[in-house]
Design a protein around this ligand. Structure first.
Ligand code: AQP
Length: 344
């Protein structure tokens, strides 16, 4: 039977990128998987602390992330929803995998190289800034591998930027199974998200992100219609007062067309909508209002459910506790195999 695992960091209230790029797909998988499929969706709080976090705020973000999972339509009766740090086996397996994972492979990971500014064209970090980089930032792909492998996941839905980490998780399986002679761990397959990457509203060359400093760069799934309207009205586009689809020459307008298409009830693609609106002669002001209305309408139910769930602390705690129990059970089965193989 299939085991599907994926995670989201509690580093802020999820935005449209998280929703369209990941969460919507999680719900789809939940509702379309054949009976017997095991689904696990984790709020990966141990990953969030690879950068400094304020404890109070982290606790709030964790609650808000769980409320988001429920608000978008995940159902604890169909999927195991849990906090990573409630299941200690994730950290334990990470350590065990660290002992067979190679430093060389980790240092070639794109995200690490970008931290060191080792990509072509970037000016490399000086020695003292390099010395301050944290070990967790280097080794978190091992934790990510443990998250997946500890539940014997067969399929992991992720965005393009995560393919390399999945590749690394498979490498961890090969290393471990080779070292301890046997098919102890299961190699997961990547399920690439069908959705486009949603870009920042204020800088369409970078992705929409929870931790970008400018809050107007992202639309939260909890934003009110007036906030959505304001953020879209100030979205960076270009100087031509018309609508057309062109990822290379009009990245801002094209990003908004992707948003419109994602919430378009007729299922038209961003290209089709672009051509239609170009023909109609619509200006950018009216276009932004149109996108704002579509997004507000599309998020209405999510926003209402989020408010309801956030108001019921007891229910949220119950979901987390029940999820933790089931996730510990699932991880425990693998840890028995792993501990036996290693001789612990
Ligand atoms: N802009 C995006 N477009 C499409 N998909 C996106 N995802 C994130 N941003 C976009 C997808 O959301 C899932 C959960 O992401 P995450 O919280 O684990 O971390 P992230 O990818 O680093 O997302 P953020 O919002 O940018 O968070 P911070 O600021 O904390 O780093 C993933 O499946 C991701 O692909």
């Amino acid at each position: 039977p299939q085991v599907i695992f994926s995670g989201i960091q509690p580093t802020g209230i999820p935005h449209l990128g998280n929703y369209l790029g990941a969460l919507q797909n999680w719900v789809k998988l939940q509702n379309s998987s054949p009976p017997g499929t095991k689904l696990l969706y984790s709020i990966v709080d141990l990953h969030a602390i690879t950068v400094p976090q304020n404890p109070e705020q982290l606790r709030r973000w964790k609650r808000e992330s769980l409320a988001t999972l429920l608000a978008v339509g995940l159902d604890e009766r169909k999927a195991v929803l849990f906090f990573q740090s409630d299941v200690q086996a994730h950290s334990e397996l990470m350590w065990i995998l660290s002992c067979t994972a190679s430093m060389g492979y980790l240092s070639r990971m794109t995200q690490w190289k970008s931290k060191l500014a080792l990509e072509e064209g970037a000016s490399p970090l000086d020695e003292s800034s390099k010395a301050k980089l944290k070990l967790g930032l280097f080794s978190y792909p091992v934790l990510q591998a443990a998250d997946i492998l500890v539940h014997r996941a067969t399929h992991v839905p992720v965005g393009e930027d995560q393919s390399q980490h999945l590749e690394f998780a498979r490498e961890c399986v090969t290393n471990f199974n080779h070292t301890y002679g046997g098919e102890h761990l299961v190699a997961p397959q990547t399920l690439l998200s069908p959705a486009k990457r949603i870009m920042s509203l204020t800088d369409p060359s970078s992705k929409m992100s929870k931790s970008a400093t400018n809050p107007s760069s992202r639309i939260l799934i909890t934003d009110s219609p007036s906030t959505i309207k304001r953020k879209l009205a100030s979205a960076l586009t270009d100087s031509s007062n018309s609508v057309s689809y062109s990822p290379s020459s009009r990245p801002g307008v094209t990003n908004l067309l992707h948003l419109l298409s994602a919430f378009d009830s007729t299922g038209k693609s961003a290209e089709e909508l672009g051509m239609e609106l170009e023909r109609s002669g619509m200006g950018l002001g009216a276009f932004k209002s149109l996108v704002a209305e579509a997004v507000s309408e599309g998020l209405k139910g999510v926003r209402e459910r989020f408010e309801r769930v956030m108001g019921d602390e007891g229910y949220l705690e119950g979901v987390a506790e029940r999820g933790a129990v089931r996730a510990r059970e699932s991880a425990g089965e693998t840890m028995k195999i792993v501990r036996k193989a290693v001789g612990l």
